[in-house]
Every structure is written in structure tokens, then in C-alpha cells.
Design a binder for this molecule. Structure first.
Ligand code: BGP
Length: 469
């Protein structure tokens, strides 16, 4: 079986992780520009000031993507480049950069897939409360509209937010992302609700413009599975899926919040301050939402947490479902299992769980349109006689593409696959050591680009439309 003709073989990046040029051409300062410079926050103090200089080298990079045969490139737009203070004047130079990038993609027939928010928020807004401030909602909608008006004639695929669970939990529960606040559960839920409201209002705004493209959101997809058949552990998995899947997916796809979580938040005083108008727009937008983007790296293996003395210990290595964490409410914990395989960074490699998770998603949400907007292997790639021999990455992606093929065979509506990442880039908290790309960047040699083994492999997969997967 070949993948369907309209299936996108793509790869992804995010503005802060590739662009650099942090203070050039009128760009405003972002929360990450500030946060990454606080001592101890990132691995070896790395930051995105230069990153891999994609801002200046996008032509060379897009050319390499074209050589690889990519159908589509997922990138993000830096809010602070478009509206430096988040809510005021538009920076024409910022518009120009993305116009050029988009045109460069189209020159080679690469379909641009744009994310509006991949975590870098104008610092001016962060200082006013960021996602806990309701004014940020309207500022975001204004920014999104600016992008639709500037790029919507050529960009027909839009993602509003990338991984709400990560920037909200890291920002307000673990303090590992900006604004660096720990254990503020009320703020955490408030932020998520404000993001969903911003998503919903943006979807409605996009539809009003009648640009005839599609708009959706990207979520972490880290389904929880019980470690065994014990009732208490099965319940722990149910609880985890309610808080980490249903809380995020229900408002987008069903237009309402899961009752199980709402009831508990009410009891504990953690319910966001929401109003009827917000709940109404969330409801309306669910019918207009075009797709769900899934970022799948690993599942969660969970059991009941019995050790109540353990505090929340999510660190930079294990933010998205990785083993060794206690949930913020202390109900369950994620564990490492003897019979599973893990990456160097301790993330489970589990393509079967991916397929199982996709089946569950279909059972819960019906025939929704899905893109895999991120999936990939973070590794320290071996260099042998000057060649980057990233065989483990090839094996990883191959196994996950196989799972996708099976899902498509079963009738799951999967329309594209974006490997994370197109090129080696800055990992938010893990610097440059943890590589994901098809293209290597030599930090000792003026950021020179070099094709990895996986580059040639992915090129062939695309040429064959995945027939041999
Ligand atoms: C996702 C983010 C990406 C990327 C990826 C890998 O959560 O959307 O931006 O960073 O994870 O993460 P890491 O670099 O921490 O391994």
C-alpha cells in the first residue's frame, strides 16, 4: 500500500528554535528571550539568540527541504516579530520575512503549514500576566487576524496553538518554562481555558474571512495506559486521560469540558473564572474546527501514586509523560517498565501504543481529521567518518509510519505526518545536544548544514509514497 496522494509527508520546526535574529528588523523581545537568559533555566545556558540562523538562511534550508522532496513544511510564526509588543503596531519587516519564507516554499511546491503560537509570547504581554490575563485572548485574535490577512492568500493550513498542556503546565506547575511559576494550579487551569477561548475566537475570525483554508490546533498526544490489570491502576490511567486528554481535546472537538474534571476542579477551588460568552464561543468553534494535530512522542505508563510524600518532580528531561513523574494532584505516577524500550533521554519508544491511542481517540471523538504534527527521535547522533549515521532515527520514524499506515487501513482519517524536526535545532531546555533533524548543523563550523543518512532515507520514502514501509 502506498500512502494516499493527498497525504502530506512533511517535517516541522518552530520559530524560537530555528530563527535566531532575536533583536533584528524590529522584532520585539519574547518571553523566551528573557527566560532563557535566567541562569540555570536551560541546558548550559543555551538560548535562541542565533539558534541555527534560519532567519538568514531560510533559502538554503528550504532548498534542502525541496531536495528531500517534502510535501509540506510546518513552521511557526513569531508573534513578537509581527507585533513587537503583542498588541500594538505591526512590524512590516516581520511580515516581509514570513512572506519570503512562504514564497520560497511555494517556489518548490512545498505546502506551508503555519503555527501561530509555538510558545514565544511578546514579553510585554507576559509581564501583564500572559495567558492568565484575559486581555491576552483578544491580543492573540488580533495577531492571528493580521497573519490571516497578510499570508492567508497562500497559507491554507493553520494551527492556532502548539501543545497547550506543555506551555501551561511548564509555565504554572513546574516553573520550567516562562513565566516560571510553580504549583499554581488555579493559574494553570485558568491559562488553559484562556488559550481554548483564544483558539475558539480565532477559528471564528478565520471563518469570517472566507479564505477557504483549514484551521485547527496541535495537542500533545501522550495517552495513558495502566501498568497492569489492577483496578486502582486502571483507574489511575482513566484519571490521567481525563486530565491530560479529555480536558484538552473535549473543548476543541466537543465544545465543552469533561464533567469528571470540572466537578473535581469545582470541589477543589481550581475552576477557571469563565463566563457564558467564553463557553459559548468554545461550543460554536468546535463545529468549525478543521482538524486536530497530534504531537506523539511516547505514551504514559501509569499507576496509582501511593507515596504521598513525593512532590511534583517534572524536570527538563521528562516533561511530556516520561517515566518518573507524579501528577500535579498526586493521584497517579508514571513509571518506567522493564519490558519497554527507551531513548537516551528516557522517553519510551512505543509505536504500538501510538496505534492503540489513535483507536481510542477515534472511539471517543469519532471520525476527526488528524495530522501528526510532530513525531521523532531525540538522540545524540553518531558521526562516523564524517557522516551522520542516524540509523536509530530511521528505525524510529519507520516504525511510527507503519503504525500510521495501519491506522489509515483501519479507516482512521490521517492526512499527514510531520517529523520533528526538519533540521537540528535548539531544544527548549536541552540545548543542541539532543538532535531530531534530517539535516545536521555544525556548531563548530559556522552552522554549516549537512545531510544525514535519514535525509536520503526520508527522500526515498516520499518518492515511493511509503510503499515499502
Ligand atoms: C515538543 C515541542 C517541540 C520540541 C519537541 C522535542 O513538545 O513542541 O518544540 O521541542 O517537543 O522536545 P525536546 O527538545 O525537549 O526533546
Amino acid at each position: 500500500m502506498r500512502f494516499p496522494k493527498d497525504f502530506f509527508f512533511g517535517a516541522a520546526s518552530a520559530a524560537y528554535q530555528v530563527e535566531g535574529a532575536w533583536n533584528e528588523d524590529g522584532k520585539g523581545i519574547s518571553n523566551w528571550d528573557v527566560f532563557s537568559k535566567i541562569p540555570g533555566k536551560t541546558f548550559e545556558g543555551t538560548n535562541g539568540d542565533v539558534a541555527i540562523d534560519h532567519y538568514h538562511r531560510y533559502k538554503e534550508d528550504v532548498k534542502l527541504m525541496a531536495e528531500m522532496g517534502l510535501d509540506s513544511y510546518r513552521f511557526s510564526i513569531s508573534w513578537a516579530r509581527i507585533i513587537p509588543d503583542g498588541d500594538g503596531e505591526i512590524n512590516e519587516k516581520g511580515i516581509e520575512f514570513y512572506n519570503n519564507l512562504i514564497d520560497e516554499c511555494l517556489k518548490y511546491g512545498i505546502v506551508p503549514f503555519a503555527t501561530l503560537y509555538h510558545w514565544d509570547m511578546p514579553q510585554a504581554l507576559e509581564e501583564k500576566g500572559g495567558w492568565t490575563n484575559k486581555k491576552t485572548i483578544n491580543a492573540f485574535v488580533k495577531y492571528a487576524k493580521t497573519c490571516f490577512e497578510a499570508f492567508g492568500d497562500r497559507v491554507k493550513h493553520w494551527i492556532t496553538f502548539n501543545e497547550t498542556i506543555v506551555f501551561c503546565s511548564s509555565g504554572y506547575l513546574t516553573g520550567t518554562h516562562p513565566p516560571g511559576i510553580s504549583n499554581d494550579i488555579k493559574k494553570y487551569f485558568t491559562a488553559t481555558h484562556n488559550v481554548f477561548t483564544a483558539h475558539a475566537k480565532t477559528v471564528m475570525e478565520y471563518k469570517k474571512l472566507r479564505q477557504y483554508g483549514e484551521i485547527g490546533i496541535t495537542h500533545v498526544f501522550s495517552p495513558a495506559f495502566s501498568v497492569d490489570e489492577e483496578e486502582e491502576n486502571k483507574f489511575a490511567a482513566y484519571h490521567a486521560n481525563q486530565y491530560e486528554i479529555a480536558w484538552y481535546y473535549d473543548p476543541i472537538l466537543k465544545g465543552s469540558y469533561p464533567e469528571y474534571v470540572v466537578k473535581q476542579l469545582e470541589e477543589k477551588g481550581w475552576l477557571p473564572d469563565w463566563n457564558e460568552e467564553e463557553l459559548k464561543v468554545i461550543k460554536e468553534a468546535a463545529d468549525q474546527n478543521g482538524f486536530i494535530g497530534l504531537n506523539y512522542y511516547q505514551p504514559q505508563r501509569v499507576m496509582k501514586n501511593k507515596d504521598l510524600s513525593r512532590s511534583v518532580t517534572r524536570t527538563r528531561e521528562n516533561c511530556t509523560g516520561a517515566p518518573g513523574n507524579v501528577s500535579f494532584d498526586g493521584v497517579y505516577r508514571t513509571v518506567k517498565m522493564e519490558d519497554k524500550v527507551y531513548t537516551k533521554w528516557g522517553w519510551e519508544i512505543a509505536p504500538e501504543a501510538f496505534l492503540d491511542g489513535l483507536r481510542n481517540l477515534r472511539d471517543n471523538y469519532g471520525d476527526i481529521k488528524i495530522y501528526i504534527t510532530e513525531n521523532g527521535l531525540g538522540d545524540a547522533d553518531p558521526i562516523i567518518e564524517n557522516e551522520v549515521m542516524d540509523v536509530p532515527r530511521i528505525k524510529f520514524i519507520e516504525a511510527h509510519l507503519k503504525a500510521i499506515k495501519n491506522a489509515i487501513r483501519e479507516g482512521i482519517n490521517l492526512k499527514g505526518y510531520y517529523a520533528w524536526s526538519v533540521i537540528d535545532l535548539l531544544s527548549w531546555l536541552n540545548g543542541y545536544k539532543k538532535q531530531y533533524g534530517f539535516i545536521y548543523v555544525d556548531h563548530k563550523n559556522k552552522l554549516q548544514r549537512k545531510k544525514k543518512l535519514s535525509f536520503y532515507w526520508y527522500k526515498r520514502v516520499i518518492e515511493e509514497r511509503g510503499e515499502n514501509i
